[in-house]
Design a protein around this ligand. Structure first.
Ligand SMILES: [Zn+2]
Length: 80
């Protein structure tokens, strides 16, 4: 149990086996680690969008495709 983190099926599928990705500057950056890092340090909500605050947040939003249009619509519907 110490090695598990809650994740929705979509994020889990999009993450796959990835633990890092190239940042916009081309450097490898670890994905956000939900058991070791605080969500609020790496992301913020902007209405229904999840905005990254750090490079770890940026690669995580991109790899997990957190702002795909259907996901944003789903957030809008559940948090009007
Ligand atoms: Zn998710």
């Amino acid at each position: 149990m110490d090695n598990l983190a809650f994740a929705c099926a979509v994020c889990n599928r999009n993450k796959g086996t990835d633990v890092a990705a190239l940042s916009v500057s081309g450097d490898p950056v670890s994905l956000f680690h939900p058991r070791r890092q605080a969500w609020r340090d790496h992301f913020r909500f902007d209405g229904p969008f999840i905005r990254p605050l750090t490079e770890a947040g940026e690669v995580t939003v991109r790899v997990l495709r957190m702002n795909e249009p259907w996901r944003v619509r789903e957030r809008m519907a559940s948090c009007p």
